[in-house]
Design a protein around this ligand. Structure first.
Ligand code: C2O
Ligand code: CU
Ligand code: CU
Length: 527
């Protein structure tokens, strides 16, 4: 069992605890083969009873201005103590002081500008995951936003070095940066998170993630649950030390120089506490009525398979109506939801099928012990319900495979990264300067993903349609427009995509964030 004594007592200025120096916190056996790729880290404090903490809902961010046809927002990233566990203060890196960050709610066709201010002690990069966004606002991993003057004073590290990554094209700003989002995409649940080169894993784990929901007229016209019967649910897993600090096995807990995690965790970091919207195994008191649940897997490495316990006495478990990038054409009845990191699923759940007084638990069949539970609904009152499950949801264009003239193959494997073990695509570690593909916008391409382990593959800018999956064919999680696809060990997955006319540099990568930081990423240029 790795104990990594050499890091004992080492603690960064961010208040980040390493794995060592934790007294009882420890590392359990690897989880490969059980539907997980990664290493479980155990918390070292008393955890709350499951289903006792109320489900929190992230606040909706208000624009600072709506003039000129553009909605402007401002969000400050800063270190803050957050109460994730009741009565425990956990130092985090946050958007706006809480976790998750505030939710942005925007409309299709209405451009949005978000000014992100960096009051963190370290550089950051903001990416809108699933957004159809021009290159200069996409958060290329070297387009750093350096801390505002003074924020980094505590640590006189040369940011110049960290800033360049030997990437002459990097656009580095100091203190703040405006990210412009055209908003020309269908209603969907997107999310924003840090995307800084080499340090995305610890930055997101420490709290730099929030949701961004896009609305449109198509969705508005459907008889779907809304208001407090529509729940945005961000799942994440974390581990805590005896003082309530998050445990993450960074090689450099200051997140300034050496990227990556200690060897034992290089397959991915798994915590033993499942959080929904930042609360451990929460409970939601709900009407006996249909609800719309929009799950986002915001975990670094954990996969989930969600199921209801008990199953509804009548009718299906879930009715899936959407996936990563928007609504499906027609609803799909499913009893379980498999979610790899960064995937989203949009489902209806008729809690009116249960008698008032019922307790309905969302369990995770890929977890064990504490991670086999996610949250609970307590059906507390009868209520009227005029929602329906529509027969048709949205017009969904099907990309035509015969139009695809270009085939690109990307092999996701463990490999050599500068003399150390890391993660590679087609044998090569990420290099922000090297363009691995030059892509003509407007053309349908076929991409083939081949993998050695579980790799949730994410492509920036272009949404895609999954058309092939090696073993056993497509799953409900492959339905509709996607931006992240779960590629399982030894599998070949094929997708069709077509890039919009937004020229510039983008990335595709594994969304297991430890893999990503250890170089499983590839840059491409859209022409
Ligand atoms: Cu969710 Cu490139 O990231
Ligand atoms: Cu993305
Ligand atoms: Cu991976």
């Amino acid at each position: 069992m790795p104990r990594h004594q050499e890091t004992l007592g080492r603690r960064g200025f961010l208040g980040l605890a390493g794995v060592a120096g934790l007294g009882g916190a420890g590392v359990l056996a690897g989880c490969s083969g059980s539907g997980q790729t990664g290493q479980l880290i155990r918390s070292d404090l008393d955890l709350p009873e499951p289903f006792t903490v109320p489900l929190p809902i992230a606040p909706v961010l208000q624009p600072v201005s709506t003039s000129g046809g553009v909605d402007r927002y401002r969000l400050e990233a800063r270190a803050a103590d957050v109460e994730l566990l009741p009565g425990v203060r956990t130092p985090m890196l946050t958007y706006g002081g809480g976790f998750p960050g505030p939710t942005l709610e925007t409309r299709r066709g209405r451009p949005v500008v978000v000014e992100h201010v960096n009051s963190l002690p370290v550089p950051m990069v903001v990416h809108l995951h699933g957004g159809v966004v021009p290159a200069e606002s996409d958060g290329f991993p070297t387009d750093l936003v350096l801390p505002v003057a003074g924020a980094a004073r505590a640590r006189p590290t040369s940011h110049a070095h960290a800033a360049s990554h030997d990437d002459p094209q990097a656009v580095v700003t100091t203190g703040r940066r405006e990210y412009a989002y055209p908003g020309d995409q269908p209603a969907a649940l997107l999310w924003y998170h840090d995307h800084r080169m080499d340090f995305t894993g610890p930055m997101v784990y420490r709290g730099l993630a929030g949701m961004h929901v896009v609305r449109d007229d198509v969705e508005d016209a459907l008889p779907l649950p809304r208001g407090d019967r529509e729940l945005l649910l961000m799942l994440s897993d974390k581990a805590f030390d005896a003082d309530g600090e998050l445990v993450y096995p960074s090689l450099d807990p200051t997140l300034t120089t050496t990227p990556g995690v200690e060897d034992f965790a290089m397959e991915g970091v798994l915590g033993d506490v499942v959080l929904v919207n930042g609360a451990p195994w929460p409970v939601a008191e709900v009407d006996a009525a249909r609800h719309r649940l929009r799950f986002l897997n915001g975990s670094n490495a954990r996969r989930y398979r969600l199921r209801l316990d008990p199953a509804p006495p009548s009718g299906p478990g879930f009715v899936q109506i959407g996936s990563d990038a928007g609504l499906l054409e027609a609803p799909l009845e499913v009893d379980q939801l498999t979610l790899a990191p960064a995937e989203r699923v949009d489902v209806l759940l008729d809690l009116g099928a249960y008698p008032v007084g019922s307790e309905v638990t969302v369990v995770n069949d890929l977890g064990s012990g504490s991670t086999s539970r996610v949250m609970r609904f307590r059906v507390v009152r009868a209520a009227s319900d005029d929602t329906r499950v529509p027969e048709r949801l949205a017009e969904v264009e099907q990309l035509d495979p015969t139009e695809a003239t270009i085939l690109r193959t990307f092999r996701f494997t463990r490999g050599d990264v500068g003399g150390h073990s890391g993660w590679t695509i087609n044998g090569a570690p990420f290099d922000p300067v090297r363009m691995d593909a030059r892509i003509r916008s407007g053309e349908v391409e076929r991409w083939r993903f081949v993998s050695d382990a579980h790799h949730p593959v994410h492509v920036h800018l272009a949404h895609f349609q999954v058309v092939g999956r090696g073993s056993g064919g497509l799953t409900p999680a492959d339905a509709g427009w996607k931006d992240t696809v779960d590629v399982r060990p030894g599998e070949v997955v094929e997708v069709l995509l077509r890039f919009p006319d937004l020229p510039g540099r983008y990335v595709m990568h594994c969304h297991n964030l430890e893999h990503e930081d250890m170089k499983m990423m590839s840059a491409f240029e859209v022409l």
